[in-house]
Ligand binder design. Structure first.
Ligand code: AQP
Length: 345
């Protein structure tokens, strides 16, 4: 029995999506749906690892779904749904809580960053977040996971969990006819976007993030043209003009970030951007950057705003996606339960 190629990825409804989500992950999602069976999830179970206002959470789930579709995900071709509608995620996450080792989770840098100094007060869910992410992927036996660079470590953990599960239950897995004792595949990260790590507009050493308290740090997929222009205008830079060669960006985190963003938005290489803007002041470059961002994002913003006028239609897309997701996950979970030794009706 061979494992078929399948793509899984998700985003948290913890606010509105931003340029980092779009360039780092979503562009690959859109490409992959042309060639692969794809499952794209709004990971609401992940969102509540940090407290969310229930009303806002519901709105955010719809907003993220609308952004997915407005950006180019086709819910007829790909499966689009919110995680909490498919019980397999939480069920498999519990099993993985019992497979993963404390030492593995202790190494996760995202937990350290998000929990900060107040570790004792962080939720257990935030700590176990990577196990749930492994369950998201492996409940579908997905083989490819398009993500931004920040998710690399979590993907490595998912691979370790898959391997340990296969090893711990090898006899039962082989008995069921799975070649080489492999039930779960080793999911491959796909980190190939035009900008795999987009940084904050206020601090070139921090990644652009939904949870950054400063809205000026990011370009949201809901920002209008004036807001985008204002944020780009206020983006932190240094006093030097732009260099003509990529080497000249070394040690200039903010300049490097803005040039990378422009290159990604304009479908150009960094050397080509610098050949054009080398020697220019940031004021001129920022004008071009704001125009490129508006040209790329305005159609997405407009379409998702239109979709948000009809929340019931969004909910129907999610329910349809969840039913199709369940169809794939249920037989896999039945086998997992048999392999682990549970009794089921
Ligand atoms: N700045 C970024 N550059 C490139 N890719 C990024 N991604 C997120 N930020 C950047 C990618 O987007 C996908 C979805 O991320 P997420 O919403 O699940 O959570 P996150 O990575 O934790 O993103 P945020 O914005 O930082 O959310 P909060 O603030 O709520 O934690 C992932 O593939 C991620 O790599």
């Amino acid at each position: 029995m061979t494992i078929k190629e399948r793509v899984f990825s998700g985003m948290q409804p913890t606010g509105t999506l931003h340029l980092g989500n779009f360039l780092g992950a979503m562009l690959q999602w859109i490409e992959l749906q042309k060639t692969h069976e794809c499952i794209y999830c709004v990971v609401d179970l992940h969102a509540i690892t940090v407290w969310q206002d229930p009303k806002e959470l519901r709105r955010s789930i719809r907003q993220v779904t609308a952004a997915y579709i407005a950006a180019g995900l086709d819910p007829a071709r790909s499966i689009v749904f919110n995680q909490s509608q498919v019980a397999a995620h939480a069920e498999l996450a519990w099993i993985f809580n019992c497979v993963a080792r404390l030492g593995w989770l202790n190494r996760m840098t995202q937990f350290k960053e998000k929990a900060g100094k107040d570790r004792e007060n962080a939720s257990v869910g935030l700590y176990a977040y990577p196990n749930l992410m492994a369950a998201d992927i492996l409940a579908y036996r997905a083989t490819h996971v398009p993500v931004g660079d920040d998710q690399k470590q979590h993907l490595e953990l998912a691979r370790d969990i898959a391997q340990k599960f296969n090893g711990d239950f090898r006899a039962g897995i082989e008995e069921r006819g799975h070649a080489d004792g492999i039930f779960f595949p080793q999911p491959e990260p796909v980190i190939t976007g035009p900008a795999t790590r987009v940084m904050s507009l206020r601090d070139g050493t921090k990644k652009m993030s939904k949870s950054d308290p400063s809205d000026l740090s990011r370009i949201n997929l809901t920002d209008d043209a004036d807001t985008i222009a204002r944020k780009v205008q206020k983006a932190k830079t240094d006093p030097e003009p732009l260099p003509s060669e990529p080497d000249g960006l070394k040690g200039r985190a903010e300049a490097e970030n803005l040039v990378g963003i422009y290159a990604a938005l304009a479908d150009q290489t960094v050397p080509a951007v610098l050949a054009q803007f080398g020697g220019a002041q940031f004021s001129a470059f920022k004008k071009a950057l704001a125009e490129a961002a508006v040209a790329r994002l305005a159609p997405i913003t407009e379409e998702s705003a239109r979709m948000m006028q009809d929340p019931a239609a969004i909910d129907r897309i999610l329910a349809d996606g969840a039913a199709r997701a369940r169809e794939i996950a249920t037989p896999i979970m039945d086998e997992v339960k048999d392999i682990v030794g549970f009794i089921r009706a």
